[in-house]
Design a binder for this molecule. Structure first.
Ligand code: PEP
Ligand code: MG
Length: 416
């Protein structure tokens, strides 16, 4: 049966602020009296192959482009024709990487169109997303950053960017969300006791950022997780540590430059000693062989590519052929459109690669990410634990659980 068609009647774009206080884009699209709004997050430890977030002139220039040339071409379009909307965004931009209009503007329009179409079709957003992707919707496991360093925190914090936890076995979304919050709460107490002079300061994603090294950070996270059934993960964000000139990894906290082999040894020791089951971006973004080596060394470890594959289907294919990843991060503004994010998710599914749908370090309170994670069949949603813009995603997961309950299946962390 042919579906009803809908029409975008108007649109607006504004400059708003993200959780770091940096400028980003918010878009509203209208269909008569019905409207939807979406805003774009921003990354700090970005991969070099990502879409360019803003054109020259920044977020204000994106707004100008929207008003002068995009808005008029969106009017009259069907928001449910996602590929049509996303093709239009590419046409108006005309570059390879959204450098002319900005990946953040592209993402905000693309996500807004999904939301508006869902409203007009009177479907939950996650349902429309699942219909667009053709993937089975699931409740993702929350993967929460509880302690952080690297590019997301100040001097003295650990070198590794994120120390993550996730519930292993749960019977409900409520339980899953609460486990991570409990680790975060206990971790605050552990650090207050153990780290003299630390006042509880946090990094960009709301994770604690104490002046400790990687090893002490892991000990604290372990202690905070005692008697809880949780798994552990790291986002090494190794491109941020890499000194391309010296071809070494610069561990500022430890005051050391490590060769590739020493770096591999350090990560391997942490994995073994602390029973880590997930490691994201263990090597800098061009060292696909390093990822493959880690996969070979730990046959069950979820080696995850973020900067390595930047939500691009062709890079996921490449990394998979090199046997370099068992999981991939999906961050829609890395690639700019929902259509391309769906392509990346489908490529991962086809190759048996775990999908980890992820926030950025600079976020807004937009909770679209949660619907995206469900609709892309994400095994994990990486969305932070503390702070309004992180909790917004967890709360949306709870709302969906309260409404849809068992009609969506729960994921189990059975890969580890
Ligand atoms: C990450 O590296 O996974 C991350 C969320 O950081 P950013 O958003 O700064 O790229
Ligand atoms: Mg990452």
């Amino acid at each position: 049966m042919a579906r009803e068609s809908f029409t975008i009647t108007d649109g607006e774009a504004w400059v708003v602020l993200d959780s770091r206080g940096s400028e980003t884009i918010e878009v509203t699209l209208y269909s008569g009296k019905v409207s939807a709004t979406a805003s774009a997050p921003s990354g700090k430890s970005r991969g070099s192959r990502e879409a360019v977030p803003f054109p020259e002139g920044g977020a204000k220039q994106s707004v100008k482009i929207f008003t002068d040339s995009l808005r008029g071409r969106l009017v009259g379009r069907d928001p449910a024709d996602q590929t049509g909307i996303d093709t239009l965004l590419k046409e108006v931009d005309g570059s390879e990487n959204f450098s002319k209009i900005g990946g953040n503007l592209a993402y905000a329009v693309s996500a807004c169109s999904v939301k508006l179409a869902a409203m007009l079709m009177q479907k939950p957003i996650w349902r429309h997303m699942a219909d667009l992707s053709g993937l089975a919707p699931v409740y993702p496991i929350p993967l929460g950053n509880v302690l952080g360093g690297g590019a997301h925190a100040g001097e003295g914090a650990p070198d590794i960017q994120e120390f993550l936890v996730f519930p292993r076995r749960v019977r409900s979304v409520e339980e899953a969300v609460k486990v991570n919050v409990e680790v975060h709460r206990r971790l605050g107490k552990v650090l207050a006791k153990k780290v003299g002079g630390y006042g509880g300061g946090k990094g960009d994603e709301g994770a604690y950022a104490p002046p400790v090294d990687d090893e002490k950070a892991l000990q604290a996270v372990k202690e905070a997780s005692e008697r809880l059934d949780v798994g552990f993960g790291l986002d090494v964000a190794a491109s941020s540590l890499y000194d391309a000139y010296q071809k070494k990894y610069h561990y500022r906290n430890r005051g050391k430059h490590l060769t590739r082999e020493q770096h591999m040894q350090h990560i391997s020791e942490l994995v073994e000693r602390y029973g880590i089951s997930y490691v994201e971006d263990p090597f800098e973004e061009t060292d696909v062989e390093g990822f493959a080596e880690l996969c070979r060394a730990f046959p069950k470890l979820l080696v995850c590519g973020d900067d390595l594959v930047v939500t691009r289907a062709e890079l996921i294919r490449w990394a998979s052929e090199k046997r370099a990843v068992r999981a991939v991060i999906l961050k829609p503004n890395q690639v700019g459109t929902i259509t391309d994010t769906v392509e990346a998710a489908k490529e991962a599914e086809k190759r048996g690669i775990v999908r980890v749908v992820s926030h950025r370090s600079g976020e807004t309170c937009d909770s679209f990410l949660t619907h995206l994670a469900i609709g892309l069949g994400g095994k994990f949603i990486k969305a932070g634990v503390a702070g309004g813009e992180r909790v917004a995603k967890a709360n949306e997961l709870l709302r969906i659980w309260y409404k849809a309950g068992g009609s969506i299946s729960l994921q189990e962390a059975d890969v580890i």
